[in-house]
Design a protein around this ligand. Structure first.
Ligand SMILES: [Zn+2]
Length: 138
């Protein structure tokens, strides 16, 4: 079985977040993607739909979730710059709502990333620090 994450999966995750689902630090036992809790309380995987949650405290699972989150972060950043560009082209349109919902997604992703690295303790070598926030001006 292939383990690649398609852009479509990332998009689906973003959609779940925008719909108000909460991203969990638990992962899908089948594909390793982060799980989401819908407003109804249901736990779903972006790929497999409804799953049963498993408590797996292994380091490896955190690493996997982190990779996905970072990918999602990039995806959202892309969308944001897209929206900003469109706002420049058509001022006065309703981009504010869109911006807000993407920023909302980004905030959640960041929070969970923070949770993951906090619980992972020391970071060892590598030191992939977060780059300083770039200002979007256009
Ligand atoms: Zn899955």
């Amino acid at each position: 079985m292939e383990r690649g994450r398609s852009p479509e999966v990332i998009k689906r995750m973003a959609d779940l977040l925008r719909a108000g689902a909460a991203m969990l630090s638990e992962r899908c036992p089948a594909c390793g993607l982060p799980l989401f809790r819908l407003r109804s309380g249901e736990i779903v995987c972006p790929v497999h739909g409804r799953v049963y949650i498993v408590r797996d405290e292994s380091e490896a699972s955190r690493v996997t979730v982190r990779g996905v989150l970072e990918e999602l972060e990039r995806f959202v950043a892309h969308r944001l710059s897209d929206v900003v560009r469109r706002a420049g082209a058509a001022p006065g349109s309703s981009v504010a709502d869109e911006l807000r919902s993407w920023l909302d997604v980004l905030e959640r992703v960041e929070r969970i990333l923070g949770m993951i690295s906090a619980s992972a303790g020391e970071e060892g070598s590598g030191g992939s620090e977060k780059p300083p926030a770039r200002k979007q001006s256009g």
